[in-house]
Design a protein around this ligand. Structure first.
Ligand SMILES: [Zn+2]
Length: 440
């Protein structure tokens, strides 16, 4: 017996050094407002140990039997991380050190390979106060003016998750952020509305985190902005989606939802993340109301976007998108174009086209909410008085140009001139400038 034990021990000693060492061949760092994530690409799973040290503060990750692949560049510091360095220990352990300006909470987990990445070791750093800062829930104060409508604008993907990538190298996460920022600027300038950018930088937010941020901001509408991709580069056109509680409206919708829902896996969410509130929430009546509002806003978006870009479908499509699962906020996902179509990829990266898309989305949102404003909002109060902002009128269903001219005590000709209208046709949600003098 003893001999066998010795023999086995000797064999193990022989075998251990022969096991191929794991190589770390990529290190990425993403600093966001709610935390910082460091991702190490591993050639195979490896045991690791994480601990923190003080004076100066740092996080140390020891990966056993590993080395840094030659040519691998370590990221420079960002957020709470002032620097990243690595060293090979005598026992074959790779030590990665994150230098910190301050103490942080650190945790780590391994992710198995997926379509985009291989094995990954993810290190999450909080923002010093537990698990990142909790968004503050704002009270809705009523000062008689009426509150602003809150439009949550969600640029899809980000950080570790690039989203779809065009043939020219355009990344979905970049162009949708550009469109989201344009839209936020327009909403900011819109009387009675306020934007909340769910993501405002190149970092990753889990799908549920996006919903939570919109809820914390008490959003009236949640718009998730994306770009589609398909292996056939002829596929083109924009699509507006809402949540389906069952299956998808068609095969394309099912595929798109599957791809967008995979964002959490690409972005590095712990796989044990559970599907918490959903089951109970699906039967909730408030969700039925939110779905019906979403369907109407979605149709207005399609009408307006159809003026500036090709639409793949002229009705709102349905599929089980995780990011649209807010129980009480009307939520829509807009696939603005096919990034896999070379012509549409060029459009997506074009500043002027990004602006056109954003303006069309604003027009759709405005068109819906001026007709159906929640009663405690500024827009509702203004409309009760038959006006909108001084000097500005938003067209509602049933309005005629002559009726608007009468109500504001201006001539039809002056109203037409002021707005460069060739005829008397107007559309819901359109903004008219009301001339200051009646002009005869
Ligand atoms: Zn997407």
């Amino acid at each position: 017996m003893r001999v066998y034990a010795l023999l086995i021990a000797a064999l193990c000693a022989l075998v251990a050094p022969l096991a191929p060492a794991a190589e770390v061949d990529g290190v990425r760092l993403w600093a966001g407002p709610e935390g910082t994530r460091v991702v190490l690409d591993l050639s195979r799973p490896a045991e690791h140990r994480l601990f923190t040290l003080a004076d100066p503060h740092r996080v140390v990750i020891d990966i056993s039997g590993s080395s840094l692949a030659s040519g691998t560049r370590l990221p420079s510091g960002d957020g709470p991380v002032s620097g990243v360095r690595s060293a090979r220990q005598g026992d074959g352990t790779l030590r990665v050190v994150l230098d910190l300006a301050d103490r942080v909470q650190a945790s780590s987990f391994l992710l198995p390979p997926n379509e985009t990445y291989g094995h990954r070791l993810v290190i999450d750093l909080g923002n010093g106060n537990g698990n990142g800062s909790e968004p503050v829930r704002r009270a809705r104060a009523d000062d008689g003016r009426g509150r602003d409508l809150v439009i949550a604008i969600d640029a899809g993907h980000g950080g570790e998750d690039p989203g779809a990538i065009g043939r020219g190298g355009t990344r979905e996460k970049d162009v949708v952020l550009a469109i989201a920022r344009e839209l936020a600027k327009l909403v900011e300038d819109e009387p009675g509305m306020r934007p909340v950018l769910i993501r405002d930088g190149d970092y990753f937010i889990p799908l549920r985190g996006r919903i939570e941020r919109a809820r914390a901001a008490q959003a009236d509408l949640f718009l998730s902005i994306h770009a589609d991709a398909y292996f056939n580069q002829n596929a083109r056109g924009a699509t507006v989606y809402m949540l389906s509680q069952g299956g998808a409206s068609d095969e394309v919708a099912r595929r798109v939802a599957e791809r967008e829902n995979a964002a959490d896996l690409v972005g590095g969410v712990r796989l044990s993340d559970k599907d918490d509130m959903l089951a109970s929430v699906l039967l909730d009546l408030s969700q039925t109301a939110a779905l019906s509002v979403g369907a109407s806003v979605g149709q207005q978006l399609i009408n307006e976007m159809g003026r500036v870009t090709r639409m793949r479908r002229d009705s709102v499509q349905r599929a089980p998108f995780v990011v649209l699962k807010s129980p009480d906020i009307p939520s829509l996902l807009v696939e603005t174009a096919y990034i896999s179509n070379p012509e549409e990829e060029r459009g997506l990266s074009d500043r002027a086209h990004q602006r056109r898309l954003a303006r069309a989305m604003l027009n759709g949102v405005r068109g819906y909410f001026h007709e159906n404003p929640p009663s405690d909002t500024y827009i509702a109060r203004m409309r009760e008085r038959g006006l909108s902002e001084p000097g500005r009128y938003v067209v509602s269903r049933g309005d005629t140009l002559s009726g608007i001219a009468n109500r504001h005590n201006v001539s039809l000709g002056a109203l037409r001139n002021e707005n460069n209208l060739a005829d008397d046709r107007i559309r819901v949600g359109q903004v008219l400038t009301i001339p200051t003098s009646s002009g005869g």
